[in-house]
Design a protein around this ligand. Structure first.
Ligand code: FE2
Length: 100
């Protein structure tokens, strides 16, 4: 689903690149923090990703809501998926460690 949104929206492609490049080292680093630390990092990352999707939706709404209706629906689904990951992190004690 996220890949479809990236293919449809060049702005997403640009912004996903650096995140993807940093995801490997971030994942390896958070694994050193243990389960709760990894969950805290997951929550922080998912918040950031959800904010990014919300910004994309906001931009498309301002641009032409009718023209981008289908794309916005895809992005909303992606955001909701990521927010579900966020909530899973919270359910697994992400808040029991300090921010990573
Ligand atoms: Fe996620």
């Amino acid at each position: 689903m996220a890949a479809a949104a990236v293919l449809l929206c060049p702005g997403l492609r640009r912004s996903v690149g650096p995140r993807r490049a940093l995801s490997g080292p971030a994942g390896a680093g958070s694994s050193l923090l243990g389960k709760k630390g990894a969950m805290a990092c997951t929550v922080a990352v998912e918040e950031s990703i959800s904010d990014h999707y919300n910004n994309q939706i906001r931009t498309l709404m301002e641009e032409d809501p009718e023209k981008y209706k289908e794309l916005m629906q895809i992005i909303k689904q992606c955001r909701d998926d990521e927010w579900e990951h966020h909530d899973i992190g919270l359910e697994h004690d992400a808040e029991r460690v300090s921010k990573c």
